[in-house]
Design a protein around this ligand. Sequence first.
Ligand SMILES: Nc1ncnc2c1ncn2[C@@H]1O[C@H](COP(=O)(O)OP(=O)(O)O)[C@@H](O)[C@H]1O
Ligand SMILES: [Mg+2]
Length: 382
Amino acid sequence: MSELVLKNICKEYENGFKAVDNFSLEIKDKEFLIFVGPSGCGKSTTLRMIAGLEEITTGELWIDNQFANYLDSQERELSMVFQSYALYPNMTVYDNIAFSLQVRKLGKQEIDKRVQEVARLLGLEKLLQQRPKDLSGGQRQRVAIGNAIIREPKVLLMDEPLSNLDAKLRGQMRVELAELHKRLGNTIIYVTHDQTEAMTLGTRIVVMKDGIIQQIDAPKNLYENPINLFVAGFIGFPMMNMIKARIMIHEEMAYSQRGRSAYAENEMFYVFEKNRIQVTGYVKEVLLEKDYRGQDVIIGIRPEHISDRPTMNATQRITGEVIGRELLGSEIILYFSILDMQLSARVEATSTAQVGDKMDFFLETDHFCVFDEKTEENLMYH
Ligand SMILES: Nc1ncnc2c1ncn2[C@@H]1O[C@H](COP(=O)(O)OP(=O)(O)O)[C@@H](O)[C@H]1O
Ligand SMILES: [Mg+2]
């Protein structure tokens, strides 16, 4: 069993900078947990506090029901893999993997058994007599992982382990790491600034910003139900579209049109410049209840919920000018501008839209997120 509990953990560096603020989290046995966020948000600091490489300023760390704030790094039985993996250049792969067991003076046979096991797990059997300089980046990183897991740590801590690899290898190693986690069945805490990596690897993701946890959730929930504008924008590529709009109901509309009322009573609209999109259903209920009449909001909509043709779900039309076109093979990302905003739509590869075209796009309003313009919270978060 390996469960970690972090209670209100803060880190203030000697220069007074608060890198981690009130971080609370329970990490369950066998979880593949990800810390993700932009550079400088406190991911490595948090991981290093868990590892015992950085002092915890205030708060509590518990490892398997043991108070661990003051435990030595070794006593914590955790292993860490870093971005820049330090292998011993003059030692073979075998010795690089076996090193931590040799230091502990385990028997030769026992060491050999475990090295062979780990090598099999990582597909390094044929490379055991090579030296690091003869290996590719991916192979070297596998050796570093082998070195970390041979001790059978309670928890494996990984800090951007794939950042130094090229894109193709990174993709491959992602798949391997997911496999490895299944086979090892241990707890992994994995730090990355890359939301794709987070979304594909994690069973649960902790999104951080400026040392503060924003949201802890499964990948799908983060994507579909972000707690605020930051999480909505950080998770997903191309980024969620953000449209500034004002909430208006019939009376206000009628007033602004000098008494000419074109809509039935109590209808509610998002209004931006000449565009009016009717608000219905649950969203309308929430906005009425929270009294957002006349208030500014930000509508969030993912590129896959904007279509280049009307569909059953995509009914609300807006007109924009195409400013970019990216063929991704099976689909096309169209970038278009409307007023001073840049939006993107994920459309079928058969689209003939070209840069410069003025064309209609259709929005699936059921998929709108609505954010308060000032607090940036998602009013639809549930
Ligand atoms: N030893 C230190 N002294 C002062 N500030 C530090 C120190 N180490 C890191 N920081 C600052 O703490 C913040 C978080 O750093 P870090 O945890 O490395 O971020 P991340 O891993 O998310 O990129 C950054 O603003 C960084 O500059
Ligand atoms: Mg870092």
